[in-house]
Design a protein around this ligand. Structure first.
Ligand code: ADP
Length: 451
């Protein structure tokens, strides 16, 4: 039942209810009308038999029967017998075996074959002649036939009515639940497009669903305002921090340029310089991401020699790799051009390479690949380092998420891959990571050529 939609559940409920009500009404109707038919047959039988008793006379030595007795009006047959049962006059229904013993004024039911007969005998005195029996027989068949016709009609109409009820209740439920589908669709759109500006906008209406939609829109207003405020705050903070941090960086550089610095002060300032650089990098990444969130990050699309850029980034990363005796091997297909933002693409490559070196193993290897296939540029960065645990793998793209805190703390922020993914998405591409803990990781991105 859990898997059936609300629409179907309500349709089933209405149909079952409707069928139940119809069945109960039909049963009541049948039992009442069969009783009604029976009592009307019985009263007609009684009337006919009693009035017949008045129509028999004995005149001039012979019994005189009113011709009315021959009528089988209303399906009632009348016949007259002597006291010993000898037939005198009248008719009985064809098929009725007239073998029943006489019983005065008792209405009896007699079933023969498929037919029910109602029999009423009246023992009556005919002046100057003596006693006779008048027998009235009514066949129940006529009345029952009507009932059978009604029953058959009901049997045909019942399924039709159930079908009609099902169809009507389905359309009615669908119509009533249409606003709910709209709410669901809006929520889906918000999740899919990550666009909090969407609203249900059901319009004016007083029922519960309209109220729910309005409450939902109000809630979205609040969430959107909150998110905007948070993004603005991050952007403002990063922006405000940029100037003092740049000044501190400059100051450190100037101080370190002084040849007269003693060793202790130099190492102290070098330490400060590293921390300030880390701060500057983090602020720049944060600023970029918050601008991207607000749709304010500029993407300057131009034709870029991607092969040459990759080559250059690999050269730059060599120094960093050397410190850990890591060999970077590059397999770059020359002449690959794409339309993209040069600065952003360099940032993307640098982040992937820095990660490969940072989380690679001493004396290990990093492989950088760039190729083109089916209108897509495929880039890969592969290392043989610590790898990423399967439970961390889906989360490495989240902001500030660090899978291996022991290695990353000092000079990393957990923002790099969020930025990488945003850059790839801004270029209409996709990126994915595969990894085996202790064996290494491979990052593969796909960018459309010419986009
Ligand atoms: P960080 O600045 O910490 O490197 P990133 O967003 O670049 O932040 O990466 C997030 C986390 O993903 C890292 O903290 C690290 O645990 C994991 N990670 C990223 N690249 C690799 C890699 N090549 N090998 C192993 N782990 C990686």
């Amino acid at each position: 039942m859990k898997k059936i939609s609300l629409k179907m559940k309500l349709t089933l409920l209405y149909t079952l209810l409707m069928s139940g009500v119809v069945i109960i009404i039909l049963i009541l109707l049948f039992s009442l009308s069969s009783r009604q038919i029976l009592s009307s047959v019985q009263s007609r039988l009684r009337n006919r038999v009693y009035s017949a008793s008045d129509d028999i006379e004995y005149d001039s030595g012979r019994l005189d029967f009113d011709s009315d007795l021959d009528d089988t009006e209303w399906g009632i047959y009348l016949s007259v017998y002597q006291e010993d049962g000898t037939y005198l006059y009248g008719r009985t229904p064809t098929g009725f075996s007239n073998t029943m013993a006489f019983s005065d004024n008792a209405l009896r039911t007699f079933r023969q074959g498929n037919t029910t007969y109602y029999v009423l005998d009246l023992y009556t005195y005919v002046k100057d002649y003596g006693n006779v029996y008048i027998r009235g027989v009514a066949s129940g068949t006529d009345a029952e036939e009507d009932m059978i016709i009604i029953r058959n009609a009901a049997l045909i109409l019942m399924p039709l009515m159930v079908l009609l009820t099902a169809a009507l209740s389905y359309f009615m439920t669908r119509y009533t639940l249409r606003p709910v589908s709209r709410i669901t669709e809006t929520v889906r759109q918000i999740c899919r497009e990550k666009d909090l500006s969407k609203r249900v906008h059901l319009g004016e209406g007083k029922d519960e669903i309209y109220q729910l939609a309005r409450t939902f829109d109000d809630m979205l207003d609040q969430v959107e305002t909150g998110m905007k405020r948070e993004k603005q705050f991050t952007s403002d903070v990063s922006h405000e921090l940029r100037t003092p941090v740049s000044a501190m960086m400059l100051q450190c550089e100037e101080l370190l340029d002084d040849p007269d610095l003693d060793e202790k002060t130099r190492s102290g300032i070098t330490f400060l310089d590293q921390k300030v650089r880390y701060l500057a990098r983090m602020i720049s990444q944060l600023l970029m991401l918050s601008r991207a969130d607000q749709g304010r990050q500029k993407v300057q699309m131009e034709s870029v020699d991607f092969s040459e850029m990759t080559d250059m980034v690999v050269q730059e990363a060599q120094d960093m790799a050397q410190e850990r005796q890591i060999r970077i091997q590059a397999d770059i297909r020359p002449g690959i051009h794409i339309t993209g933002d040069e600065t952003l693409l360099i940032r993307m490559w640098m982040n992937l390479l820095e990660n490969a070196v940072r989380y690679g193993k001493d004396g290990g290897h990093v492989h950088v690949g760039l190729s083109e296939k089916d209108g897509f540029v495929i880039g890969t960065v592969e290392d043989d380092g610590i790898g990423i645990a399967p439970e961390d793998l889906p989360r490495i793209w989240e902001r500030f998420y660090q899978a291996d805190t022991s290695r990353s703390r000092s000079d990393s922020s957990g923002l790099g891959l969020s930025m990488v993914r945003w850059i790839i998405n801004a270029h209409h591409g996709t990126i994915q990571a595969e990894s085996a803990p202790g064996k290494g990781s491979r990052f593969t991105f796909k960018l459309p050529v010419g986009k």
